[in-house]
Design a protein around this ligand. Sequence first.
Ligand code: AMP
Length: 426
Amino acid sequence: MTATRVLVLNSGSSSVKYQLLDMSDGSRLAVGLVERIGEETSRLKHSPLAAGGESRETTGPIADHDAALKAVAGELSRDGLGLDSPELAAIGHRVVHGGKLFTQPTVVDDAVLAEIERLIPVAPLHNPANLTGIRTARALRPDLPQVAVFDTAFHTTMPEAAARYAIDVETADRHRVRRYGFHGTSHAYVSRETARLLGRAPEDVNVIVLHLGNGASASAVERGRCVDTSMGLTPLEGLVMGTRSGDVDPAVIFHLSRVGGMSTDEIDTLLNTKSGLVGLCGDNDMREIRRRIDEGAEAPEGSERAQDAARAQLAFDIYIHRLRKYIGAYYAVLGRVDAVVFTAGVGENAAPVREAAIAGLESLGLAVDGGLNAVRSAEPRLISPEGARVAVAVVPTDEELEIANQTYALVRNGNTSNGYTSNGNS
Ligand code: AMP
């Protein structure tokens, strides 16, 4: 029997998201989520898609990732999809930070784990949880290849001119301060799917990818290779996000420290969790922001509702202003652009965001057709007018499928050597 199944694990600090895929046809056999690990009210939601069964939900204490993964394995077993199945080819793990060294998906061994651990100082929120997930899965199925798929890998092709900050080189190198970029799995998948939508090879097209979810990033992809992206050392740089500020003058931090008396941790929390859309208007969900704007249109001038709408409108305008700046910047970086593509929660669903981001850019060959933009669909689609010089597209992202594809491509021929050698230079 050929092993064609891949389990994809995305381990956060208190959660594990998972999907089991059959790579013979890319179908999903099961999806699920364990939340609030380590609390009394942990929750496991499991949907056995292949079995066509009802979703099952259990609540109760799940102490740690080990217990979480065992609970997931139990649910999969109930559907005849257990981790002990000979049909399982590998487990693919999302790993947020792979530094400079991990440019490809990599089969995990002790040296790889040590290297991911070495990167914790530049990804303190994510890499420890990712590591726990890998270690737990490895203990459960030591014989099975575990593959790390890095959020940063797609961006390792960025030239030094884009990847370096203009700060003292020696200091930067000593502390591994450079622009790594994130959401790489999504940018890779979406840029390739955009080429497919255009009926062209990825090597033939230049694409600006706008991944607009709760976290948001833009990338400039030249002939299938990333040449710039908006996130940097951490996922804080760049676009306005749900709760993150994106770009600010670094001196804002000194000012808040010296004049505002805030600690480094307080400023970190401010910029990562109390800024962006939520900091500007109290909501980080674009649906809610649009609702407030639309409802305010009918409210009497000066009323509470009108003021509330004005706050939401300002947040929307700042979000769009930053987005347009990046579209312009990446247009200049690429020189020739074949497509601008929207993806992730906001990009796939928020027609007003797409319309406002592209409005008035006809001289760049960019326009949105109102009718096409209004269509709701889960399919990749063009929203630019017919015959437009530059395509504008909506392409739903699928990071789990991309992780599964990359994992399976690595292990399908029984090749589990990772080709990795540590040179201590990540
Ligand atoms: P993601 O991180 O890709 O899951 O995106 C989550 C975000 O997508 C939410 O916080 C919302 O802001 C946004 N979103 C999801 N559905 C819609 C929708 N129908 N309209 C506008 N925004 C949406």
